[in-house]
Design a protein around this ligand. Structure first.
Ligand code: FAD
Length: 318
C-alpha cells in the first residue's frame, strides 16, 4: 500500500515507522531482522531502507603506488526490501539516488522494484562521494532529486527511456522526497530550498520526510512555510535520538542541524554513553509527544542500525 494511503487510512492517528541501513558487506540479513523484530509490536506500516553509493578507497601496492578502488560498503537495499516484505508483510521503501545512477540504471532499478511489488520509493539526490567536495551526477544521470522524481513519474505513465517500446505497462510508485526544516546545507537560502522542494512535489512526489531536527519549533515553522507556499502533501517528521557524546559535534557537522543548548548541556553532564543514550531517549520522547499532540501524521525514526533506544521511545509514546 502507498504511504499516502496508510496515512489516510489512519484517519488522524499518528503512525510509527523507522529507517534502517543495509548491513556492512560481509554481514548477513539476520542482523537486520534482529533490529526490526523488537519494533514490530508498534505496527509500522512501512520500513525505509537507505541506499549507500560507492566510495573510493586507495590501496597501497607493493610498488608503493596507490590503486584507486570503487567499493560499496553497504550494498543490498533492494534485497533487504524484498526480505522485509516477505518476512513481515509490511511495505518496505527503498531509497533511490541520483548519485551513481545513469537514467538507464534508474529505470532498471525501478523495474526490479515494480516486479517485487514495491509500491513506494524515496527519491533523493545523494551527497558527494566522500573524497569529493561537490555532488557530481553521472554523465547520463540526474542533477537534482526533482529530475529523478520526474523519471519515476514518467514510468508511472508508461513512458520508458526507449520511446520505441510499445504497449508498455505503467508502474504505480508513490514517491517520497526529503525536506529540510533547517534548510539543506547547500541551499543559498531557506526560501530557495522551499522553492526547489515545491519543484519535487510538482514533478510528482506525494509526501515529504524531513531531515532530523531536535527543536520541534523548526518543524512547525517549516510546515507552516510549506503550506504558505502551496505544498499540501503530508510532511513526516524524521527523528533521531542522540546516543553518544561524539554526536554533539558529529550531527551538526554532518547534517547541518542545530542542537538546542538544553540538550547539549544535558549530554555534556553525562558520565558515560549509557547516560547519553538515556538523555537522547528522554528528549526524543518529549519531541514525539508534542508532535503527536500537534497532529503529525507519522513519526519516522532514524534507527542507524540499533533499535533498543527506538523501542524505549515507542514504548513510551505509542
Ligand atoms: P535535492 O532535492 O536535489 O536538493 C539538493 C540541493 O540542491 C538543495 O540545496 C536544493 O535546494 C538544491 N536544488 C534542488 N533543485 C535545484 C535546482 N533545480 N537548481 C538549483 N538548486 C537546486 N542520502 C543517501 O546517500 N542515501 C539515503 O538513503 C538517504 N536518505 C535520506 C533520507 C532523508 C529523509 C533525508 C532528509 C536525507 C537522506 N539522504 C540520503 C541524504 C540526501 O541524499 C542529501 O541530503 C543530499 O545532499 C540532498 O538530497 P535531496 O534529495 O534533498 O536533494
Amino acid at each position: 500500500m502507498k504511504v499516502t494511503e496508510h496515512i489516510k487510512k489512519a484517519n488522524g492517528k499518528t503512525l510509527f515507522s523507522f529507517e534502517i541501513l543495509p548491513p556492512l558487506k560481509g554481514q548477513n540479513v539476520q542482523s537486520i531482522f534482529d533490529n526490526i523484530d523488537p519494533l514490530m509490536e508498534f505496527k509500522p506500516p512501512f520500513i525505509d531502507v537507505t541506499y549507500h553509493r560507492e566510495e573510493y578507497v586507495f590501496k597501497e601496492l607493493e610498488s608503493g603506488l596507490l590503486k584507486k578502488q570503487v567499493v560499496k560498503k553497504r550494498p543490498g537495499t533492494v534485497g533487504i526490501c524484498a526480505a522485509i516484505q516477505n518476512k513481515y508483510g509490511v511495505d518496505a521503501i527503498p531509497h533511490i539516488l541520483c548519485g551513481g545512477f545513469t537514467k538507464e540504471d534508474t529505470e532498471n532499478f525501478l523495474i526490479d522494484l515494480d516486479f517485487l511489488g514495491i509500491q513506494n520509493v524515496m527519491a533523493l539526490r545523494g551527497d558527494a562521494v566522500k573524497s569529493e567536495t561537490y555532488f557530481k551526477p553521472e554523465r547520463e544521470g540526474h542533477n537534482f532529486a526533482s529530475e529523478l522524481v520526474g523519471q519515476i513519474q514518467d514510468l508511472n505513465r508508461g513512458n520508458y527511456l526507449d520511446e520505441e517500446l510499445l504497449n508498455t505497462s505503467k508502474t504505480n510508485f508513490c514517491i517520497g522526497v526529503a525536506g529540510y526544516p533547517e534548510k539543506h546545507m547547500e541551499a543559498p537560502s531557506f526560501d530557495s530550498d522551499i522553492h526547489f522542494l515545491k519543484k519535487k512535489i510538482k514533478a510528482g512526489a506525494t509526501y515529504i520526510v524531513t531531515q532530523m531536527f531536535f527543536d520541534n519549533q523548526k518543524y512547525f515553522e517549516f510546515v507552516e512555510k510549506c503550506r504558505q507556499e502551496g505544498i499540501t502533501v503530508p510532511i513526516i517528521p524524521g527523528l533521531k535520538p542522540i546516543a553518544t557524546k561524539k554526536q554533539l559535534n558529529l550531527i551538526p557537522h554532518r547534517f547541518k542541524v542545530d542542537l538546542p543548548d538544553e540538550l547539549i548541556m544535558a549530554v555534556v553532564k553525562c558520565k558515560d554513553n549509557a547516560a547519553v543514550r538515556q538523555v537522547g531517549i528522554d528528549w526524543c520522547i518529549a519531541q514525539s509527544k508534542e508532535l503527536i499532540s500537534k497532529g503529525a501524521p507519522l513519526l519516522h525514526y532514524y534507527s542507524m542500525g540499533k533499535s533498543d533506544n527506538i523501542k524505549a521511545i515507542a514504548t513510551s509514546v505509542f
